[in-house]
Ligand binder design. Structure first.
Ligand code: UD1
Length: 344
C-alpha cells in the first residue's frame, strides 16, 4: 500500500492532472482546495478517468486550523504537492497583498506542519518566471535568477528561498522544486483541462475559445521581437507530461532516492516555439481556423525563453514526450467537451 499524498490546489489545472497520475500508480490522494479558481465537478472528471474519487476537503491552506484538522482526519500523509496558489500575473500587480498572503502563508503553513506530522517531502510548483528575460537560451537550473517583474513572480522566488532556508535549518524533510515552462493542453480523455475564469489571459485558452467562437479574434501581442518570425518564443509543455514529473518527484523523496535535501528541476520540452508557430500547430492539427490579428506588445512579456531539461531527463528519467500537435488536439477536445456540457 502506497502512502497518502496531500495535493493542495488539487482541483486546479495542473493539480487535477497530477491527482490522476498519482492515482493511476496507486497513491491514495487527499485534495485540499478552496475552489477559488476551480469547482467540484473536477472531482467527477478525475473519477471518470482513474476510477477513483479522491478524498476532498474544501478549505484554505492559509488557515492552520483547517490543515491540522485535515491531518487528523486523513492520517498517514507522507508527501505534499503544493499547487495551491494564485497565478494571474496582471491581477497580482493590482492585488499584491492577496498574492503574497495566499501564496506565502500557504507555503509557510505547510512547511510548519510537515515536521510534527512526519511528512517526508514537499514538491513545490515554481515557474520559469524566476529567470525573467534570460541572457541566454535554453536556460539551465543554474541560469541566474532575475528580479521578479510581478508580485506573482516574486512569490515564486520568495517561496524557493523560504523552502531553502527551512530545509537548511535542519528540517526533517526534503523538497523538490519544479520550474514549469508554459503548461498547455488537457487530459486526452477530455474529462479535465484548463478552465480559466472570465477572459483568458494565457495563449492556449484564448486560442481554443476563439476557435469555438466565444472570442471574436485572438490578439497576437507583438511581431517585432528579435525572433525568426517576430513573435515571442516559449517552451509549451503538455500538462500530462508535467503531471507525471510530479509523481516521479514525490517518489524520489519518499523512497529516499534524492541525494540532496533540495532539488530543482526545469520542466520543459527543450524546444522554443513561437506564438505564431503555436497558432499554426493548432490550426493544422485540428483543422479549425483561429482568426487573429497582430497588435502591440503586452507589457512585461519576455521575448524568448525555453528550457534546458537535461537535468530532469537525466536525474528523474523524465521527458516531455507528447508532440505539440497532439497537445493542441487535446486542448481543442477539452474546449469541445466544455461546449457539449454547456459550460462555455
Ligand atoms: C505567464 C507568466 C508565467 C505564468 C504563466 C501562467 C510571465 C513572464 N510569465 O506566462 O510565469 O506561470 O503566465 O499564468 O509573467 N499571447 C498572445 N495573445 C494572447 C495571450 C498571450 O499573443 O491573447 C502571447 C504572449 O504575449 C506570450 C505568449 O503568448 O508571448 C504566452 O503568453 P501566456 O500564455 O500568457 O504565458 P506567459 O506570459 O509566457
Amino acid at each position: 500500500m502506497k502512502p497518502r499524498i496531500l495535493v493542495t490546489g488539487g482541483t486546479g489545472y495542473i493539480g487535477s492532472h497530477t491527482v490522476v497520475e498519482l492515482q493511476n500508480v496507486g497513491y491514495p490522494v487527499v485534495i485540499i482546495d478552496n475552489l477559488s479558481n476551480s469547482n467540484r465537478d473536477v472531482l467527477d472528471g478525475i473519477e471518470r478517468i482513474s476510477g477513483i474519487r479522491p478524498d476532498f476537503v474544501e478549505g484554505d491552506c492559509t488557515d492552520m486550523a483547517t490543515l491540522r484538522k485535515l491531518f487528523q482526519d486523513y492520517p498517514g500523509i507522507k508527501g505534499i504537492i503544493n499547487f495551491a496558489a494564485s497565478k494571474a500575473v496582471g491581477e497580482s500587480i493590482e492585488k499584491p497583498i492577496l498574492y503574497y498572503r495566499n501564496n506565502l502563508d500557504t507555503l509557510l503553513n505547510l512547511l510548519d506542519i510537515m515536521g510534527p506530522e512526519d511528512v517526508k517531502g514537499i514538491v513545490f510548483s515554481s515557474s520559469c518566471t524566476v529567470y525573467g528575460e534570460p541572457d541566454k537560451n535554453p536556460v539551465t537550473e543554474n541560469t541566474p535568477i532575475k528580479n521578479a517583474t510581478s508580485p506573482y513572480g516574486n512569490t515564486k522566488q520568495i517561496s524557493e528561498e523560504i523552502i531553502t532556508d527551512v530545509i537548511n535549518s535542519g528540517a526533517p524533510f526534503k523538497s523538490v522544486i519544479l520550474r514549469y515552462f508554459n503548461p498547455v493542453g488537457a487530459h486526452p480523455s477530455a474529462e479535465i483541462g484548463e478552465l480559466p475564469n472570465g477572459v483568458p489571459q494565457n495563449l492556449v485558452p484564448y486560442i481554443t475559445q476563439t476557435a469555438m467562437g466565444i472570442r471574436k479574434e485572438l490578439s497576437v501581442f507583438g511581431n517585432d521581437y528579435d525572433t525568426p518570425d517576430g513573435s515571442c518564443i516559449r517552451d509549451f509543455i503538455d500538462v500530462v507530461d508535467l503531471a507525471k514529473a510530479h509523481v516521479i518527484a514525490v517518489e524520489r523523496m519518499l523512497d529516499d532516492k534524492s541525494k540532496e535535501k533540495i532539488e530543482i528541476f526545469n520542466l520543459g520540452t527543450g524546444r522554443g516555439v513561437s506564438v505564431l508557430e503555436l497558432i499554426d500547430s493548432f490550426m493544422r492539427s485540428t483543422g479549425v481556423n483561429v482568426p487573429y490579428k497582430i497588435v502591440g506588445r503586452r507589457n512585461g512579456d519576455i521575448e524568448k525563453v525555453w528550457a534546458d531539461p537535461r537535468h530532469a531527463n537525466e536525474v528523474l528519467g523524465w521527458v516531455a514526450a507528447t508532440p505539440l500537435d497532439e497537445t493542441m488536439r487535446n486542448a481543442w477536445a477539452w474546449q469541445c467537451k466544455l461546449r457539449e456540457r454547456g459550460v462555455m
